[in-house]
Design a protein around this ligand. Sequence first.
Ligand SMILES: Cc1cc2nc3c(=O)[nH]c(=O)nc-3n(C[C@H](O)[C@H](O)[C@H](O)COP(=O)(O)O)c2cc1C
Length: 338
Amino acid sequence: MAIEAPSPTPSPTPEALRLPLVAAPMAGLTHSAFRRLVGELGGAAALTSEMLAGTRLLVERPDSPYLRRRPGDGPVIYQLLLRDARRLDEIVDRLRPCHPDGIDLNCACPAGGVRALGGGAALFEDAPRLGGILRELRRLWSGPLSVKIRLGHSPVDGWEQRLRDRLAMLRDHGVDRLTIHPRFAVDRLTRPARPALLPWLCAEAGLPVVANGDIAGPATVAAHPEYYAACSGLMLGRIAVVRPWIFAAWQAGAGWSAPSAAAVWRRAADHIAEDFPAATAARRLRQFTGWYARNFAYGHILAGRVRHLEDLATLRDVAEAFLADDPATVASPPLHDL
Ligand SMILES: Cc1cc2nc3c(=O)[nH]c(=O)nc-3n(C[C@H](O)[C@H](O)[C@H](O)COP(=O)(O)O)c2cc1C
């Protein structure tokens, strides 16, 4: 008598894989043209603008590529880069015509220039200044208010207690939600994120936490669903620029077929050309293409060819020539600095 092997019981999909997916704020990249592209491809629960420097925002028109939104974009959260509460009433008023689905305060950016001005990660280190901004922001803005943070400046003795104190402060100031990128500011993007800390961070935060950092796709979460189980969402940064269809692909699961990489690039280029004046459009398309090139086995050739091109039409021609050869794609694009 033949003995049949029992068929394996399919393991249930971890709940963490079903968390809402949010597109991260990325300077120079998550402008209106990119948000339009992701909206068209689908799957993102919300998109975040790039960081918008408070007083610079005062000269932006609501239809500028930093602020503009289209109905198909889905929910858009506007991220502010602030160093104090000066003119915050005017800054928030400038955002109101965009009907933000949330305002986010950047307390995470480790870039030297931003920190030197007292914004981003430096603001997170300065409790009185941060408190002043949050009090005013909460007074002026009754919609969803979130803060994007790292773990602190560096892993010096006592960093856990400093972070605990700061989390309590954010709660006390009426923040509704946090995005936690579990790296220290000194790690920048070079050291790996520490998602194993997320369960502890969620418990300490006492607020919904969106997890961010090195999430390259469902496999990252499936490898350790316990890290993400207490989170309320997942934020995708670099992988979303390389593969703007990641949100749709993630939601659809197996059997989803990726769009043509050339068609997505072309669409991004069209959207950028439509939203930006020519000189800025070339810069933005160059930036996007530098990341997008990572889809391809020989993408460094494309990235190298466009790196110094100032003219939009030439840039498009050069990229189209590369894409016309139907270049081989890679399974896992590199996300680290090249
Ligand atoms: C080019 C670039 C620009 C970024 N700009 C911002 C920004 O404007 N505001 C912000 O909070 N984080 C910014 N970040 C950080 C990302 O939002 C995110 O926290 C980081 O890339 C880690 O997530 P990932 O591993 O999914 O990319 C930027 C990252 C990159 C690579």
